[in-house]
Design a protein around this ligand. Structure first.
Ligand SMILES: [Mg+2]
Length: 403
């Protein structure tokens, strides 16, 4: 069955939020990101892009290219708030949507065309978002996620584009291979080295050749280049949380041990967020006493994947929940309301020193295992999960974990 998939993406999201708060930023080149020498551009206005500035560029270089640009540090609290406003509008308007990052949505409108026409529905939703939030947004509409996402890119800024069924390949053909969602800097360079610049060239190659050069990755690039993508729109609440639990062999009241384990569990879970390039906006803590009474408490936070923002919230929830002087049987930590795009937010959320510290710690964990670097407070905890919840693999069964 032919599907109708919409991809919606807010235009220069961080900049647009800042402009709602301060209209003096309108029509001016604006850069948002780390403001220090080693900072990176997280978002930039179209006025700045004219000078060759793009996101992920070192801030120093961006400032040299566009000295008149207004440079802002960014505020994840504000962006989280506006992201939620837009999500609320989407949620009340369509039956099935996936929030794929802080400023992006996939919407499945399959079957709706009988009654309204999908293009009209999507257009109305776009107008509604602009009207109710004041934020510019663009969309692409086609038979699948990949083609729609690329169409959104072509529609921008503040516009929409429909790719009719059957015209996916000719639409993609003249575009740069850089526009294929999974092609990053590295793959792009390798493709260029082979003389492959346009999507058309990939379309004309046999899939086996792509697979031979780039492996599994190559086959999926080929499929995307040919407008083939069967991945479903995954409902927002599904797979949008990660959690970890710990049942004690012997029920405990040792507060230091408890705290130590909570720190270790949380730290590991946050590392998993960063490894999956995810952010959380909701932290839940769970405690079960020896009488099997279970209590949970949650708190909404600004999108984050930083130890120093999340760990205190977990500890605060623990302090407020751990009231009964009873033996503790189980504790659990859960992060939900997950979205992608950690790299974007982390560019300005924190000071450089902390960011480089996390990067260094994560690198060591990547090389030497999850427990290569841990907070001293968490050292008492003997086992924490090595599971990466974002790579599609099931969680391993740990011998010391009760089921
Ligand atoms: Mg965007």
């Amino acid at each position: 069955m032919e599907r109708s998939i919409v991809h919606m993406d807010l235009d220069t999201f961080f900049v647009s939020c800042e402009r709602l708060i301060d209209s003096r930023l309108n029509n001016k080149p604006v850069l948002i990101g780390g403001t220090s020498d080693r900072g990176v551009v997280a978002s930039c206005s179209y006025e700045a892009r004219k000078y060759g500035v793009h996101s992920a560029m070192p801030m120093r270089m961006a400032r040299q290219l566009c000295p008149e640009a207004i440079v802002l540090r960014g505020n994840s609290g504000i962006y989280t708030k506006y992201s939620k406003l837009v999500t609320d509008v989407v949620k009340e308007s369509v039956p099935l949507y996936e929030k794929s990052s802080i400023d992006e949505f996939y919407i499945d409108l399959t079957g709706m065309d009988k009654f309204f026409g999908c293009h009209q529905l999507a257009s109305e939703l776009r107008s509604k978002i602009i009207r109710e939030t004041g934020l510019p947004i663009s969309f692409g509409l086609s038979v699948n996620k990949t083609v729609s996402k690329i169409a959104t890119g072509e529609a921008k800024p503040n516009n929409e584009l429909k790719i009719n069924f059957g015209t996916e390949k000719p639409f993609l053909a003249p575009l740069s291979v850089r526009k294929i969602p999974m092609v990053g800097e590295k793959t792009y360079n390798s493709l260029c080295d082979l003389g492959i610049k346009r999507i058309k060239t990939v379309q004309e190659m046999p899939i086996n050749m792509m697979a031979r050069v780039f492996g599994k990755h190559g086959a999926s690039i080929w499929k995307k280049a040919n407008g083939i993508d069967n991945t479903p729109v995954v409902k927002y609440h599904e797979r949008k949380s990660i959690s970890t639990e710990r049942t004690f062999d012997k029920d405990t009241t040792d507060i230091n041990k408890l705290k130590s384990i909570i720190v270790a569990m949380t730290e590991n879970l946050i590392y998993q967020l960063r490894r999956g390039d995810k952010l959380t906006a909701c932290v839940t803590f769970k405690i079960r006493y020896s009488d099997f009474q279970t209590y949970t408490k949650q708190k909404r936070i600004s999108y984050s994947s930083s130890d120093h923002s999340i760990l205190p919230v977990v500890m605060e929830l623990y302090e407020s929940l751990y009231q009964r002087r009873l033996l503790v049987r189980l504790i659990g930590v859960k992060f939900s309301h997950l979205v992608s795009g950690g790299h974007q937010i982390n560019l300005f959320e924190d000071n450089d020193k902390i960011l480089s510290l996390y990067q260094a710690m994560d690198k060591m964990r990547e090389r030497f295992g999850d427990r290569a670097v841990i907070r001293a407070a968490g050292m008492d905890a003997k086992s924490i999960s090595r599971w990466n919840p974002f790579n599609g693999e099931p969680p391993p069964l740990l011998p010391n974990r009760r089921r």
